[in-house]
Every structure is written in structure tokens, then in C-alpha cells.
Design a protein. Structure first.
Length: 98
């Protein structure tokens, strides 16, 4: 959490949710990096979910697989092939239709 002291205050993502998803602040813009896999994300959009984006871009990260499970990661990867944007709420709505 200490790395987020200079995180943009008006940013919609909160340091706590980023940290819980394994990210620390890289020190510039809105760039956050995973402490485990080293993967970095930036230019977050309003509808982005930290867990979904972590699984989307870094599916081999052991931290995201441990925290959310392989089924979550695999589901995000599959949905990402069909849909432009996958949110956590979209994932829930899709699983309720299964």
C-alpha cells in the first residue's frame, strides 16, 4: 500500500483494490505492476475490474490463479475471445445463464 502514496487521487480505482489483486504502484501515471509476475497495466478504463484485467493480460500469473482459481482465469480467457470488454459483473451474468 505504501507504493500508492502518489497514486492519482481522482482515479476511479482505489489503491486497496489494486493491492488486493497483487498490484503495486509503478510510480508514474496510472501504471500498476504485479508483485508476483511483474506484469504491468496502465490506462485503466472506468469499467475495468482489477481481477479481470489481471487474468486477461497475465493468465500464467500464479498469484491470480491462486487467489481466483484456474476456472476464473480460463473463463476470462475464453470470454475475451468473443467480447471486447469483460467485467466482473458480465462474468457473473454469463455464469448465471449457464
Amino acid at each position: 500500500m505504501e507504493t500508492f502514496t502518489c497514486w492519482p487521487r481522482d482515479h476511479h480505482l482505489r489503491p486497496k483494490e489494486l493491492a488486493e489483486a497483487g498490484f503495486y504502484y509503478a510510480g508514474y501515471g496510472d501504471c500498476a505492476r504485479c508483485f508476483y509476475c511483474g506484469g504491468g497495466l496502465r490506462n485503466w478504463e472506468d469499467e475495468d475490474d482489477v481481477w479481470v484485467e489481471h487474468a486477461r493480460w497475465f493468465p500464467k500469473c500464479a498469484y491470480i490463479r491462486q487467489q481466483m482459481g484456474q476456472v476464473f482465469v480460463d473463463t476470462i480467457q475464453e470470454l475475451n475471445k468473443t467480447y471486447d470488454h469483460v467485467s466482473f459483473f458480465f462474468l457473473i451474468s454469463q455464469s448465471s445463464h449457464a
